[in-house]
Unconditional design. Structure first.
Length: 142
């Protein structure tokens, strides 16, 4: 799959707080929706996940904000593979305004687990194909 995927969205009224910007918790929802669209674009649908014997569980996220988003703003959430391990992988996300200004960036680590409760398992080939080669959006910590 391509090194970077973009998921478009428009900020909804319910996502804006009393300060007039998107409440921070909604960004995790944006990332989850973008991750699902990223998988779907790569050929793994929500139904495939429901029918399969594995899932990807979020275990860690780091988020950095640089500017708030406002009601009805059209943005895109960029998704790119940052790291691939044996049982886990990390995705980078950027929320971008039209023109490319980054409002927020994040790195999320997921672990592949068996739905039968057996714990972590190796990344399945179909997921590895969607993840492709790492092309991080965020800089490595200093």
């Amino acid at each position: 799959m391509a090194a970077e995927f973009e998921f478009p969205l428009q900020v909804r009224y319910v996502e804006v707080d009393a300060q007039g910007v998107v409440f921070n918790g909604w960004y995790l929802t944006y990332f989850d929706e973008a991750f699902t669209a990223f998988l779907n674009a790569g050929g793994i649908s929500v139904q495939d996940l429901a029918d399969g014997d594995w899932d990807a569980q979020l275990v860690h996220t780091e988020i950095d904000w640089s500017a708030g988003l406002r009601w009805q703003e059209d943005v895109a959430v960029a998704v790119s593979t940052a790291r691939i391990g044996r049982t886990s992988f990390a995705l980078d996300f950027e929320v971008r305004r039209k023109g490319g200004e980054v409002s927020c960036s994040a790195r999320t680590v997921y672990v592949v687990v068996g739905k039968d409760g057996s714990g972590s398992r190796p990344i399945p080939p179909e997921l590895a194909a969607v993840l492709g080669s790492p092309a991080p959006l965020r800089q490595a910590p200093a």
